[in-house]
Unconditional design. Sequence first.
Length: 154
Amino acid sequence: MKKFFILTAIACLFAVCTLQAQEAKAQPSQENDYEFFSLTVCPGVSTAPDSVDVYGFRIGAPVAFGNDSFVAGIELSILAGMSNEVYGLQAAPIFVSADHVEGIQFSVVNIVKKIYGLQLGVVNIAEDVSFQIGLINYIENSALPVFPVINVRF
């Protein structure tokens, strides 16, 4: 019963974070500042990660995010990582998502539009370019979209 309440609380947190992230995307973008270290909590709680590029480490406690910014280095999170662009490593225990990655995505579920590097997880989903190692690998614009263990599209 205790596990049920914990899983329900995590699901509610993700639902709130996703809704707040959608509202944050509606704001106009501006030229970004940069930092070596960024600590994020949940989209909508602080809008600083949306306007600060990170050259170093972005840590998510519990969720790492950045709608109009990028990470050049490492993005680690307790639950999920959701930055738009990552140049380096993006890792979390539950899932990670990005529009563009040059490097490695490592999680149970990895979601990306284009990755020049490696997706390593149980479920890997990409729209276009990807190299995937996992149980279920899906590349939308590939001649062979779904394939177990390894899937590639250059």
